[in-house]
Ligand binder design. Structure first.
Ligand code: A2P
Length: 277
């Protein structure tokens, strides 16, 4: 439960976190954050795009959680990419979150326009202490290779859509080889896989729910994952995955569910790079 992953920059990040996408309204936010914190979640993942940074910050304040106990991630929206805009937007995020720094700052989606300017701003913001670590989200291999042509520091995290219907094995391997920690968004496939018969059988064998089986699969794959729920019993359930183990065969059965199925959008390509290489 207290599993920490060491990032390439030396910072440590909890392997399991709590996703805040679509956790809206101050009361719902307070309840969800309180329950998650009580259940041992320390990583909280928000984004400018989610429109709830103010509520997240207020929830932490109301619960009187010491800043050092938290690992907070936010993400720069596409409309805020570019050198100056990215920095301005992060200062605004910090005002809303009511904190001096975030632990992890991610580029939310690859955008060809301002691709390198945005990353230079990220490197600068890390130097200035606005964030402890810098990373990206929704970057495929080609985006990371393109970034490597100009970056001084590479991202330490790549947060991608990842679940049993979209296993992304080649990207996981690439990230691992480049000391980039892969983090799964929609780790439960937005609920789409919860009724898979294979998962139901494995769940029955372990007296666990299918959601717990999927999260345990992420855990054993060594990736970070950030399930979201606004229901207290599910918040608790999703953190209760540390007292059983999936066999190699069960892991392989889950891998075999891959269907290249995205619940979200396809990351945009970077054409300049395609032309060159
Ligand atoms: P809710 O917040 O109403 O509980 P993902 O993280 O893959 O995007 O999926 C999250 C979705 O799955 C949410 O709609 C959430 O809904 C639901 N969910 C989260 N945890 C569980 C669980 N343990 N069992 C069933 N559904 C869950």
């Amino acid at each position: 439960k207290d599993n920490l992953l060491t990032l390439a920059d030396g910072n440590k990040m909890p392997q399991e976190g709590f996703g805040l996408y679509k956790v809206d309204g101050q009361e719902t936010m307070n309840q969800a954050v309180k329950k998650a914190y009580e259940d041992g979640y320390r990583l909280f993942d928000t984004a400018q795009l989610y429109g709830n940074e103010q509520e997240v910050g207020t929830a932490f304040k109301q619960l009187d959680i010491p800043r050092d106990n938290l690992f907070v991630t936010t993400k720069v929206a596409e409309e805020n990419q570019g050198y100056d805009k990215a920095i301005e937007s992060v200062k605004e995020s910090l005002r809303k979150l009511q904190m001096d720094y975030v632990d992890l700052l991610l580029v939310h989606w690859p955008v060809e326009r301002s691709f390198f300017d945005t990353w230079r701003a990220f490197e600068e913001m890390k130097k200035e202490g606005l964030t402890k670590s810098i990373g990206v989200s929704n970057y495929q291999m080609i985006h990371l290779q393109y970034l490597a042509t100009q970056a001084n520091e590479m991202p330490v995290v790549d947060q991608i859509e990842l679940h049993p219907l979209l296993t992304q094995k080649p990207l996981l391997k690439f990230n691992h080889q480049h000391q980039i920690v892969t983090q799964a968004w929609s780790p439960l496939g937005r609920g789409a896989v919860l009724n898979e018969p294979v998962l139901k059988d494995i769940a029955a064998a372990h007296h666990k729910s299918t959601a717990q089986i999927i999260l345990r699969w992420h855990l054993q794959n060594g990736v970070s994952f950030i399930p979201k729920s606004v229901h207290e019993e599910r918040i608790t359930q999703n953190a209760d995955i540390y007292n059983f183990e999936l066999s190699t065969q069960e892991m392989a059965q889950i891998d075999a569910l891959n269907a290249y199925h995205r619940t979200g959008r396809e990351p945009e390509l970077v054409y300049e790079y395609n032309k060159q290489y």
